[in-house]
Design a protein around this ligand. Structure first.
Ligand SMILES: Nc1ncnc2c1ncn2[C@@H]1O[C@H](COP(=O)(O)OP(=O)(O)OP(=O)(O)O)[C@@H](O)[C@H]1O
Length: 252
């Protein structure tokens, strides 16, 4: 079957420094894939290459078999790939409901004329309420998003990311800055909302990575040094040496 995402010979340089140094990676449909690696390894850059924010210096990214070369991030988004950001990316003065409704509108905006959209407003409301239910924020529906707790804001952001119905979801450090209990809460939520979807995430918390991911890639200095099932990656001496030994130790 065609992979959901396929990176081939992907390279990215900023001026003379090569940050992504020839990445080949296939992520199957329905897989939950984590990209891990030390600070500065190029994880965010890889994310930005996949989502079209950066153009590769060479190589290609395919989404469901289609080459994404030259496409803008919003075009890639409309092809079914949606991402969250490391920084919280919500409208704090708008209600929780409006934040979700807005992203639904945006994702459908190009497909429907204004009048169609007005007549579809009930669908949008129902759609937004369904998402609020999925992310457990129904009770917070009419509050300004800015008054939510940090974990709730991150949950809202996940809701915004999935609102358009994308089948490839990319999350950049979804549990950054969270307590243990908040992390557990968000991990459950991610598991639930990415059911039957492809998930690609960058994550530093090894508990989250090993609890959620079906497959893991380890990026070190712009190269994938290992990719495979969590237990394979965990036992790989190269990975132990380059990253995981230190990262797991830091957790304890
Ligand atoms: N737009 C840019 N211009 C120049 N250099 C950049 C740019 N973006 C990233 N870099 C450099 O690329 C390297 C990799 O950065 P990147 O943010 O991708 O790493 P990372 O693995 O996501 O790190 P972290 O885990 O700390 O978030 C860093 O040395 C960074 O300074």
């Amino acid at each position: 079957m065609t992979p959901a995402l396929e990176l081939s010979g992907l390279r990215k340089s900023f001026r003379r420094t090569e940050i992504i140094r020839g990445v080949d990676l296939k992520i199957a449909r329905g897989e939950r894939h984590a990209v891990i690696g030390p600070n500065g390894a190029g994880k965010s850059t890889l994310f930005n290459l996949i989502t079209g924010r950066f153009a590769p210096t060479s190589g290609s990214v395919r989404l469901h078999g289609q080459d994404l070369a030259g496409l803008a991030p919003y075009e890639i988004n409309r092809m079914g790939l949606s991402r969250s950001f490391q920084i919280t990316n919500i409208f704090p003065k708008m209600s929780v409901f409006e934040n979700v409704r807005c992203s639904l509108l945006w994702s459908q905006g190009y497909r429907y004329s204004f009048w169609n959209m007005v007549s579809r407003s009930r669908d949008l409301t129902e759609g937004a309420d369904r998402i609020l239910e999925q992310i457990n924020l129904t009770a917070r529906r009419d509050l300004p998003a800015g008054v939510l707790s940090y974990a709730e804001q991150r949950a809202l952001e996940i809701g915004i990311t999935i609102a358009g119905g994308a089948d490839v979801i990319m999350l950049d450090e979804p549990t950054a800055g969270m307590s243990h209990s908040e992390t557990d809460y968000i991990v459950d939520l991610i598991r639930k909302v990415t059911e039957n979807k492809t998930l690609v995430m960058v994550e530093h918390d090894m508990g989250v990575v090993f609890g959620l991911a079906d497959t893991i890639s380890v990026l070190v200095y712009g190269e994938v040094i290992a990719t495979g099932r969590p237990e394979q990656v965990r036992g790989d001496p190269k990975v132990q040496e380059a990253y995981l030994g230190a990262a797991l130790e830091a957790e304890h």
